[in-house]
Ligand binder design. Structure first.
Ligand code: MG
Length: 303
């Protein structure tokens, strides 16, 4: 199942939670009412509340979806893809925890040591944008860089989780671009100022449930800028795999449904090039992760 945040283009209405199918979208709340033959519903319409309710809510929707497939979706109202605008799939998460230097070759291209423990930093919700938004480039940076990252959505409260149980706490996967202002990141020991600039970090285009992903430690990841391949790797090359990350992070921080973890980027960033080609106004950044899809955003100068 691919879960999206959407609204109809013709109406400037709040974003709603939907399911993306081949060329069309169904509204989860409206469909649930029809399916359940009831006017009231336990399903929230807004994506943030939906994901913060977490795994039980997703399970109800999965059961509905399976039943509708058997019934060939009779009586279900669909919106054509070109009539909807897609937003941030999980708007306003309580936490966005990011992992730095999680691929050996990326640590090397950054002239960094291979970490002994996961390198953690944070972003805030101000940084997030959706799959149809532009990456905003502030004039304060001249070294804006891209980073394709497998991105995890937590589905259940997770504290002191053991690695063998870790995947049970994941509600879904998406693509993230940990866009980084290298000059701001590196001018102080803390990376934060280069990492969480307003409207700089695309995620999406949707949340894919774990049943469609299988092993998250064997996914091809790629990044193109204006069609030129810059990054190409596989999540099997993680230094700290996803179970290790969830065990490590949940040992320190209680994760909640709707929290986001960005798992680190492979080699090929602009900073690591002999003659770095940093992002400029108008550049098109295309990220692909196997079994999830494609996230494509343009860079735009602001202020
Ligand atoms: Mg990163």
């Amino acid at each position: 199942m691919k879960l999206v945040s959407y609204h109809l283009k013709e109406k400037d209405s709040p974003f709603r939670i939907g399911i993306m199918m081949e060329g069309k979208i169904l509204d989860i709340q409206d469909t649930y009412r029809t399916w359940n033959k009831a006017s009231d519903t336990i399903i929230p319409s807004d994506p943030s509340t939906f994901f913060k309710t977490g795994a039980p809510m997703i399970k109800i929707v999965e059961e509905m979806f399976k039943d509708l497939m058997v019934k060939n979706f009779e009586d279900v109202l669909f919106y054509p893809r070109d009539e909807v605008h897609l937003g941030i799939p999980i708007p306003g998460p309580s936490k966005i925890i990011c992992v730095g230097r999680n691929y050996v070759e990326h640590a090397q291209e950054m002239n960094s040591d291979i970490p002994e423990y996961p390198v953690l930093f944070a972003k805030f919700a101000n940084a997030l944008i959706g799959p149809e938004d532009d990456i905003e480039k502030t004039p304060l940076t001249e070294k804006l860089d891209y980073e394709v990252e497998l991105t995890i959505l937590i589905g259940k409260e997770a504290s002191q989780v053991k690695r063998e149980d870790a995947l049970d706490y994941i509600a879904g996967y998406t693509i993230g671009n940990d866009v980084t202002a290298r000059d701001l990141q590196k001018r102080t020991p803390q990376w934060l100022q280069g990492k969480t600039i307003d409207r700089s970090t695309p995620i999406g285009p949707w949340i894919v449930t774990p049943d469609e992903i299988g092993n998250p430690g064997a996914l091809d990841v790629r990044c193109y800028v204006n069609g030129e391949l810059r990054q190409s790797s596989n999540t099997e090359k993680f230094i700290f795999d996803i179970p290790t990350l969830i065990e490590f992070i949940s040992g320190l921080i209680t994760l909640k449904p709707g929290d986001v973890i960005m798992t680190g980027t492979p080699e090929g960033v602009a900073f690591g090039m002999d003659q770095p080609k940093f992002l400029q106004d108008g550049d098109l950044v295309t990220l692909e992760i196997e079994k999830i899809g494609r996230l494509e955003n343009r860079v735009r100068n602001v202020r």
